[in-house]
Design a protein around this ligand. Structure first.
Ligand code: HEC
Ligand code: HEC
Ligand code: HEC
Length: 335
């Protein structure tokens, strides 16, 4: 209980959905500034160099006419009943302006919905075109001025906080959106926002070191407080991939060992700063338990509790616990 950031943590004891929507509202108030019609700072390719068939008209930039066919073929199978209706220009513009279109389609790639046929069908060039259109502020026709939508699709009429996707883009390469490629990198999707934020603060303050790649402290130091809150909220709102595989250890033994962990780590227990372990990568869990045991990770929220907890665990027990936890689905109660 020695952390100066503890009172700040309390603010995270709210539902995740509320958190994200209040953050979006906060950006709208604090970050709002006109940028309609200007290219965003992170456009990789000049708009003139990318063309699609429909609606392009000679070099005057990407417009709604270029992206509408993509919306029709890749989005409308679902978004006829789910807002926003991408074939309605004002609805689409509202999501350019609240930042969610680029965030979901380009940065996080969680739209089209992960696992859907549309997600397999959409090309990187199409995602990029949508991103560039969003960077331009979402003009309706080539070169046309961008106007504030009237009665749009539920977004705010405030320009996108560009820092949000810049910050999240720094993480996706290693932490993925639903799973990671490297099993020693932790899955963040669906993790508690309060825990993610606490760990970023620990890395930034050099209270926690990166056991695997030694990069997290520097990455955390590159984020502002606001960006930390935003990425924590974004990740906690993503749905992790469902684990596959079969537990090969001794079920009765692992169940009895998990009794030591249940009170703090089962999804229904623990506080805002307590990590979910369900579905976490096995190799990462082993790394961390060994780090707690060897005192190379010293926890600051509950003092040396995890260090003591890991003290007496044998290598076999750690392996078995890690395997079982890694195979549990998000939200599953401990056995
Ligand atoms: C297979 C169905 C499916 C397809 C295809 C799909 N979506 Fe979605 N979309 C959903 C669902 C379900 C939600 C609501 C849940 C969520 O936010 O994940 C949603 C939500 C969204 C949101 C967030 C809306 C909000 O109010 O926060 C955006 C942005 C979005 N979709 C963009 C797109 C775009 C752009 C495409 C096409 C490139 C697309 N989606 C294709 C199912 C789909
Ligand atoms: C170069 C790869 C890399 C990048 C990029 C990266 N991370 Fe990490 N991250 C890691 C590794 C590896 C660990 C595990 C470190 C350890 O062993 O303690 C980690 C750990 C974490 C943890 C602790 C998770 C837990 O379960 O305790 C958080 C939170 C985190 N990263 C957030 C982020 C955020 C937010 C970003 C983007 C701003 C980011 N990371 C970018 C590699 C990366
Ligand atoms: C009294 C509560 C408590 C108990 C009991 C407990 N833990 Fe923890 N555990 C925590 C807290 C709090 C953290 C976060 C530590 C920090 O802030 O760095 C944590 C962190 C962890 C982590 C690191 C997760 C990550 O994403 O980096 C692992 C792995 C872990 N615990 C496994 C276990 C296992 C296995 C058991 C049972 C043998 C157990 N814990 C028992 C409170 C507890």
């Amino acid at each position: 209980m020695k952390s100066p950031e503890k009172s700040e943590m309390k603010t995270w004891r709210v539902s995740r959905q509320m958190l994200l929507s209040s953050l979006l509202a906060l950006w709208a108030v604090t970050i709002g500034q006109a940028c309609g019609g200007r290219p965003g700072p992170h456009m990789e390719v000049a708009p003139e160099t990318i063309k699609t068939g429909a609606g392009s008209s000679g070099g005057s930039g990407i417009s709604y006419q270029d992206v509408k066919p993509i919306f029709e073929s890749r989005c409308m199978a679902c978004h006829t009943n789910i807002a926003p209706k991408w074939t309605d220009y004002n609805a689409a513009l509202a999501y350019v302006q609240n930042g969610k279109l680029k965030l979901r389609v380009v940065t996080l790639k969680t739209m089209p919905q992960v696992g859907s046929p549309q997600a397999s069908a959409i090309t990187d060039a199409e995602r990029s075109l949508i991103g560039q259109w969003a960077d331009l502020g979402g003009p309706e026709f080539p070169g046309s001025p961008v106007e504030t939508p009237v009665g749009g699709g539920g977004g705010t009429a405030t320009p996108p906080p560009t820092f949000a996707w810049d910050a999240a883009a720094k993480c996706v390469g290693c932490h993925g959106t639903t799973a990671t490629n490297d099993p020693r990198v932790p899955v963040l999707a669906g993790q508690r926002a309060g825990y993610i934020l606490a760990q970023l603060q620990s890395f930034r303050a050099d209270r926690r070191t990166d056991q695997v790649m030694a990069q997290m402290p520097a990455i955390a130091k590159s984020l502002t407080d606001e960006e930390m809150r935003v990425v924590a909220a974004i990740y906690s709102n993503l749905t992790p991939a469902t684990p596959t595989g079969t537990f090969t250890g001794n079920y009765d033994r692992v169940r009895s060992n998990l009794n030591m962990c249940k009170g703090c780590h089962s999804p229904q227990n623990g506080g805002a700063n307590y990590p979910f372990l369900n579905g976490q990568n096995k190799a990462y869990l082993i790394d961390q338990l060994v780090a707690f045991q060897q005192r190379s990770r010293t926890d600051y929220i509950v003092s040396d509790f995890m260090n003591l907890m890991a003290n007496d665990l044998s290598a076999t027990t750690i392996d078995e616990l890690a395997e079982y936890l890694s195979l549990m689905k998000q939200g599953d109660q401990f056995p």
